[in-house]
Design a binder for this molecule. Structure first.
Ligand code: SF4
Ligand code: SF4
Ligand code: SF4
Length: 283
């Protein structure tokens, strides 16, 4: 999956025709580990753009930051990233007319060892759900499946699962890299931010970390697009995907197989109201 020349050509045209102010793409990273984000504002930097199977990060996260606000942006999205873009549009965080979307029909991105990431192995929607130009042959929709670590954890009893997550929360250093790397966490005053809440303090304790990470994952329930940005950002390599995937499964099973961001103007499972809701979880 190498689309470097195609991406460079599109970006060059967009700047030459004065259609964008900023282009969000990828460049080679240090140590050849991952391609890292590149923010292009001038034609001369376009030759640095690349797109490979190491272009792992979800660039829609940059749309919430100041250097993109009120600008005309060109950006690259893979299938999962495009679902985040859809949600940002639905939630009125960005204007469609300000965005030019290069959608990559994605064959999966890889870890340092060359193996595909778990979210790519289970990917339902590798093609972009929103794009102005699509690059690469379409892959088609895939059947919803859950495997690997998520299933193994689900098979454990409550005590074992509790012990597993207690270890995760004890290890967390509360750096907030996970939250900051998520495109769908954009509130200016976060309800679990150190300076804005009484419920979870700055101190690096187990209750604080548990409250912050559990609240965060619940705010993503029905909204997480399984892009993997948060888990890759964690400096301790904590298995954050397990938290989000479990929520995704519960929403999928209880809200008419809802998956976040698949359709434009779909407000998300937890915003919907139906008189026919069985509410089977209410005693
Ligand atoms: S989750 Fe799907 S769209 Fe996203 S990088 Fe993996 S294969 Fe591509
Ligand atoms: S919670 Fe993680 S996997 Fe889900 S959308 Fe945010 S960054 Fe992506
Ligand atoms: S990135 Fe990792 S260590 Fe930092 S707050 Fe998130 S879970 Fe904790």
């Amino acid at each position: 999956m190498i689309h470097t020349h195609k991406v460079q050509n599109i970006a060059r045209s967009l700047f030459s025709e004065n259609k964008i102010d900023v282009f969000l793409g990828y460049q080679s990273g240090p140590l050849n580990k991952h391609d890292i984000p590149l923010i292009v504002t001038e034609l001369k930097d376009i030759d640095r753009l690349i797109f490979t199977e190491k272009s792992v990060f979800n660039l829609t996260n940059y749309l919430k930051y100041e250097h993109c606000r009120n600008k005309r942006i060109g950006l690259i999205v893979k299938g999962c990233d495009s679902r985040a873009l859809n949600l940002l549009l639905t939630e009125n965080q960005i204007k469609r007319e300000n965005i030019f979307v290069i959608g990559i029909a994605c064959t999966g991105v890889v870890q340092v060892n060359g193996k595909k990431y778990a979210n790519c192995e289970e990917c339902v929607c590798p093609d972009p759900v929103i794009a102005d130009e699509i690059v690469g042959p379409k892959q088609g929709l895939r059947e919803y499946k859950v495997c690997g670590d998520v299933l193994q954890l689900a098979e454990k009893n409550v005590q074992e699962r509790g012990a597993f997550f207690q270890k995760v929360f004890e290890t967390c250093i509360r750096c907030n890299a996970c939250r900051n790397s998520c495109p769908l966490c954009y509130c200016p005053r976060c309800s679990v931010g150190e300076n804005t809440t009484q419920t979870c303090g700055r101190a690096n304790t187990l209750p604080n970390a548990a409250a912050a990470l559990l609240t965060w994952s619940l705010h993503l329930a029905g909204r997480c697009v399984d892009c993997g940005n948060c888990e890759r950002a964690c400096p301790l390599g904590l298995p954050l995907r397990l938290l989000h995937k479990k929520n995704e499964i519960v929403v999928y099973q209880n809200f008419e197989q809802h998956l976040a961001g698949m359709k434009t103007d779909d407000p998300g499972a937890l915003y919907k109201y139906s008189l026919n809701d069985p509410e089977s979880f209410i005693m």
